[in-house]
Ligand binder design. Structure first.
Ligand SMILES: Cc1ncc(COP(=O)(O)O)c(C=O)c1O
Length: 355
């Protein structure tokens, strides 16, 4: 083991020791008195998203496998958030970093990657991020991090303060400490794999629901698992979740239910959540909230009591000129009004009526 490698691992561990856990926010929904909703606020990581956990794990995995050495250029395919977090860790280790992303990636994320000294490389077709990242890594003698393959195995799913262990620890003193549902989106599929495996390993009665945006193939694959080669014709409109191919890190066997969420509904849910929390979140957090609220209304309809935990992946400040812009919504053809009405009515009455 080289001195550089030992020092690199120690640097990441020191960074971890200086970090604190993320908050679990209890949402106030008086019309649903028997169901308590919680939001695991992953926006407070040093690099502003859930992907901070993944980037730390991927770097440690690459270092311990001997794939990352002194001077190795790190290349990654990303819809932006993972690249921001990886740029941070690359700088921590003094390594060059290149992010390969779809051209429409939010300008705020591109600026953050540059802030951490990383380069951004854009592709027009989101389905080509993988081959382009592989090519760049090969040409520069670098390492293609490949979050879509390694997310599920780089994360320590049995514990070690992963997101699932943190959720169950923070729920310990709540009226319903074991949630009835945990709701998450899937980008790589790593988060759902970690949570689903942890639930089984611990023997919890919690069920895992994965919400999926309209142009993603995960939902179709979940219902037709004999067809892993299924591909979509376009990228997801909800940055961070939903993919045009079935990612190797997506593990359907740990998922109890999937819900397909229209893009306009995700954006409407993001705005309703802003009213409820006084804070802005990204659209993938809206997708999560949509699923959690739908499940809460179903539980209330059956007279069930319990808790539902979902995730807030990143802050809305990254998306002021897209999801939070009415001009952008109009230009993209998203009609959020019927979904705003649906979600506001669900919050006010505890009853769900799809428009
Ligand atoms: C709200 C939300 N939940 C979950 C995820 C899960 O990501 P992954 O499947 O890559 O772990 C994301 C990714 O950005 C997200 O935005």
């Amino acid at each position: 083991m080289t001195t550089w490698l030992a020092d690199a691992i120690r640097r990441i561990e020191r960074d971890f020791q200086r970090s604190s856990d993320t908050h679990l926010i209890a949402l106030d929904l008086p019309a649903l008195p028997g169901v308590q909703l919680y939001l695991k606020d992953e926006s407070t990581h040093p690099t502003g998203s859930l992907k901070h956990r993944l980037a730390r794990s991927l770097f440690l995995y690459g270092l311990c496998n001997g794939w990352i050495r002194e001077g190795t250029t790190i290349v990654e395919a990303s819809s932006g958030s993972t690249a921001v977090s990886e740029a941070y860790f690359a700088r921590l280790l003094g390594l060059p970093f290149i992010a390969v992303m779809p051209r429409g990636t939010s300008a705020a994320k591109v600026a953050q990657i540059a802030f951490y000294g990383g380069q951004s490389h854009f592709v027009d077709d989101p389905a080509t991020v993988y081959v382009e990242a592989e090519r760049l890594a090969r040409e520069r003698g670098g390492h293609y991090m490949d979050q879509f393959t390694y997310a599920e195995r780089a994360t320590d799913w049995r514990g070690n303060n992963n997101i699932a262990e943190s959720i169950f620890q923070q729920m310990r003193a709540e009226p319903h400490p074991v949630p009835r549902w945990i709701v998450t989106g899937a980008g790589t599929g790593g988060t759902s794999a970690t949570i689903g495996r942890y639930i089984r390993y611990q023997g919890h009665a919690t069920q895992l629901c994965v919400v999926d945006p309209e142009h993603s193939v995960f939902h179709d694959y979940f219902h037709a698992p004999a067809n892993p080669g299924i591909t979509g014709t376009r990228g997801s409109c909800i940055e961070g979740i939903g993919r045009p191919r079935v990612e190797p890190s997506f593990v359907p066997g740990v998922i109890d239910r999937m819900i397909r969420v229209p893009d306009a509904a995700s954006i409407a849910a993001m705005r309703v959540l802003e009213q409820r929390t006084g804070r802005r979140w990204g659209a993938s957090t809206g997708t999560d909230f949509y699923g959690a609220l739908l499940l809460a209304c179903e539980m209330a309809g059956r007279g069930e009591q319990g808790a539902i935990v979902t995730l807030a992946c990143d802050p809305g400040e990254r998306y002021l000129d897209t999801y939070y812009s009415d001009d952008w919504l109009r230009a993209q053809g998203h009609n959020v009004a019927p979904w705003l009405a649906c979600l506001e009515a669900a919050c006010a009455s505890g009853r769900w009526a799809t428009p």
